[in-house]
Write a protein that binds this ligand. Sequence first.
Ligand SMILES: CSC[C@@H](O)[C@@H](O)C(=O)COP(=O)(O)O
Length: 365
Amino acid sequence: MLVNGVPWRPVQLAGNGWAVTIIDQTKLPHAFETVDLTTVEEAAHAIRAMLVRGAPLIGATAAYGVALAMRADPSDDNLAAAIEMLRKTRPTAVNLFWALERMRAALHNRSVEERAGAAYAAAADLADEDAAMNEAIGEHGLEIIRGIAAKKPGETVNILTHCNAGWLATVDWGTALSPIYKAHDDGIDVHVWVDETRPRNQGASLTAWELGAHGVPLTVVVDNAGGHLMQHGQVDMVITGTDRTTRRGDVCNKIGTYLKALAAKDNGVPFYVALPGPTIDWQVADGVAEIPIEERHADEVGRISGRTESGEIVTIDVLPENAKAGNPAFDVTPARLVTGLITERGVAPATEEGLLSLYPEKNNG
Ligand SMILES: CSC[C@@H](O)[C@@H](O)C(=O)COP(=O)(O)O
């Protein structure tokens, strides 16, 4: 996507051809700052501290982290150590583990002389594939939006989304936002309700920033507004991303997604989830019982950052002293609440049969 007319990916090779440039997403929307990662430790820190975030982007950054490690020391021991370090950064997005296993498979048979070059090539392939998959998700999702638009000619299509599943969360296009970009570019009158997405405000800070930069009309709402908007006919569909989708179609996404799905069910609003194939964890069936949910630091709940009128970025406390805060970062929406899964291969019902119809090579039963 373009930033001030310049094409950007949230992870890309630096001008020197070997460092890895990321956008520091903790600074958005107030400042667009980039950071050059030069070591695997820096890549691990960027994922853990959420300078980069979003399931596909976490995977792509980890892949480049392995490349940085191989440039420094291409030994077997260092390959294993780099993968182990990166595996521990965040527990929920399965794209991280998928990307690391793909890097291991691409490199374990390579000689140490070949490893660094092969690692950069494998990371670049993975990144390009992510961008292509997300663009395809956009095309399939566009058909759904077209269908809704056709039923209300001359009226706005109102779409609610949670967290940030746009181009900032991927290598390009995004997952949930990709169909919205396609619809907007196609001339469909779309408007997006953007959940602010406490505690880190990925909706208010990132989704609003990137949709706004592309000219897509949006309104930021507090996380609890969605049910009310749906009751009053102001939401035509919900689209979210996912960090891990089980083989039977349960979806794990940013905390609060489940409540939106319940409200959508109660109000007859279609609830779609957009994802590339690597976000499916074929080993897992029951998302509630089996997906590890990241518990993040209580400070994310107890503090809020923002910009003062004078332009200074400040962090303030919002809790009484000594109040305990809990911070589960994701929740699981059971498949029965999901209208459809929008993938790069098409749209499937959220069932094992539905997913296997799109990914028949995963059918080993
Ligand atoms: C295309 S991104 C899908 C998900 O990763 C996204 O919706 C999300 O929940 C991101 O969470 P985050 O904690 O910001 O990494």
